[in-house]
Design a protein around this ligand. Sequence first.
Ligand SMILES: [Zn+2]
Length: 446
Amino acid sequence: MADILIKGADTLVTMDDARREIAGGDIRISGGVIAEVGQNLPANGADVVHAKGCVVTPGLVNTHHHLYQTLTRAVPGGQDALLFGWLQTLYPIWASFGPEEMRVSAMIGLSELALSGCTLSSDHLYLFPNGSRLDDTIEAAHEVGLRFHPTRGAMSIGESDGGLPPDSLVEDEAGILEDCIRVVDRFHDASDGAMVRVGIAPCSPFSVSRDLMRDAALLARDKGAMLHTHLAENDEDIAYSLEKFGCRPGQYAQDLGWTGDDVWHAHCVKLDAQEIDLFAKSGTGVAHCPCSNCRLGSGIAPVRQMRDAGVNVALGVDGSASNDAGNLVAEARQAMLLQRVQNGADAMSAREALEIATRGGAAVLGRYDCGQIAVGKRADIAVWDFSGVESAGSWDAAALLLAGPTRVRDLFVEGRQVVRDGQMATIDLPRVIERQNVLARGLMAR
Ligand SMILES: [Zn+2]
C-alpha cells in the first residue's frame, strides 16, 4: 500500500504530549502508522489528501455503547421513562433480536460513529437472544473498518429471582464465563495496532451475582483483558447498592476487584469524593455519557472534580435507546456544555473536551498506541471540513466543538480510508440503512 500524505491542514491539532497545533500541518502515514508530522513534507510518491480549509484531529474514541440499540431509537414507551421503567419497556423488544439484528444494528451504529469522527469504539453487549453472539458485532466492525473493543456482557438475575430483565434474556453463570473465555481466546489481540480487543463486562452489579463479578475480574486478569460495567448511574442505583450490598458502588467495586487501570466504568454520575479519590489512586477509568445522562435525567457527572483529582475520564455516546443519537463529536460538545451548566463558563474548554474525546478515551481503553497524532502512533485520523456553513466565520479550531461541523470529510483507521468526502468508503451504507429499517418495522409489527 502506498503511503498517504495528508497535506496542508489549516490547523493540525495533534493532542501529542506537547499539545502542539500546527498551521499548514502535514501527516505522512505509512503502513498504518504515523511516520512523519510537520509542514511542507514532500510527497515522495504518496497518495496526497489535500486538507486546506480543514482542521485535522486524532480520531475520536468512544468508550461506551450498546450498538444493538440503534434498532430501538425513539421507542414511544421509552421516550420519557426513568432508567428502570425504560429498561422494562425495552427488554421484551430486545428479547426478539437474533444474529442479523445484532450485525446490522452494529453496522449502523459504527457507521454513525465513523461519520462523526470516531476511529475506535468499545461496545457493551450483554444480551444474546436467539443464537446471537459477540461474533456478530465483531464481523460488523470488520466490515465497517473501525478499531473495535467489544465487551462480552452478561445478565444472570432474571424476573423470577427478583431482577429486572425477563428470564428469557438471562444466562446461567457457568455458561457466561465459558463464553467469555471463548471470545477472548478467539478474538482478543493484545499487540500494538490491534484492531480487536475483547473486554469482560457483566451488565451492572445488580444484574449478576457477587460471585460472577468476582469471577469475571479473576478471569479478565488471567487473560489480560479489561473489565467494564455500568456504575453509580443515578440515585436509584446508589439506593439499590446501599440496600442490597450495604455499601456504596465504589466500595462494592473495590471489594470485588473492580478497580485498577484495566477497569473502566460507565456513567459514574453519583460518585462521591471518596470514590473519586479511589478511582484516581487506582487508575480506574470512567466513560462519561452526557447525552444519556441528560436523556434519562440521571444528573451531571462530576467530571470537573474527577479530572482535577486525576481520574482518567473518557467519552461514551451510550446506547441509541438512551441518547438516541450516536454522534461522538456532538457528545464531546455536550460534555463541555454540561460541565459549564454546573461549574461556570470556564469549567471546561473546547480543547479539554476534545482531549477527553481523543487521548482520554485511548488512555481509558489502555490504547497508548492511539489517540494522538505523533510519530509512531497508529494512523487514526479525522479530517474536518471547515468550509461549510456551520463553521463559516470561525476564528479558531475550537469551533469544532463550539460551532461545527458534526460530520467528518475523511476518516482514516490504521491508515485505511473509512470515510471519503463525507461518505462511508468501506460499505454500501444506504443498503444497510434500508435493511435496518426493514428490521425495525418487523419489530414494531410484533
Ligand atoms: Zn450503557
